[in-house]
Design a binder for this molecule. Structure first.
Ligand code: DQA
Length: 139
């Protein structure tokens, strides 16, 4: 089982960014915990602040991996390009958000990912990623 977590812009700042919304754990610390806990799963992660690089990575893994956990961050609400890629590739994508985007500003209520995602998990902090991972393991 090959799973990748793909994180969009500013998620490299987790742990030191708006801690009241995103918590105080760095993504690396969280990822190391998850990797240990699910040591039977081949799980990797990728982060970029650049829209085109996220598209390149989705295309690269989107025909061979078993699952993609995608937090496109702000690009969720703006990127037709990433939305098109999610539609084009074959690997199922679970859309994830740390915060409950529907309880925040109106512009965060739109997602170009959701229409083509296998499912959406949001609002559970970093645990959103773990729940997405479990959704692939239950198949
Ligand atoms: C986010 C929510 C987005 O609206 C925001 O731009 C982010 C993070 C989340 O995980 O809650 O950067 O995707």
């Amino acid at each position: 089982m090959k799973i990748i977590i793909i994180n969009g812009p500013n998620l490299n700042l987790l742990g030191k960014r708006e801690n009241d919304i995103y918590g105080d754990e760095s993504f690396n610390d969280f990822f190391n915990r998850i990797r240990e806990k699910y040591s039977n799963v081949d799980i990797s992660c990728y982060q970029s602040n650049v829209e085109g690089e996220l598209i390149d990575k989705l295309q690269e893994v989107g025909y061979s991996y078993d699952g993609i956990i995608l937090n496109a961050a702000a690009y969720t609400h703006t990127s037709i390009g990433i939305g098109d890629t999610v539609k084009a590739i074959e690997t199922p994508v679970v859309e994830v958000h740390i915060s409950n985007t529907f309880s925040r500003e109106e512009f965060r209520h739109t997602s170009f990912i959701s229409p083509n995602a296998k499912g959406i998990i949001l609002g559970f902090g970093l645990q959103s990623y773990e729940l997405a991972l479990q959704s692939f393991l239950k198949e």
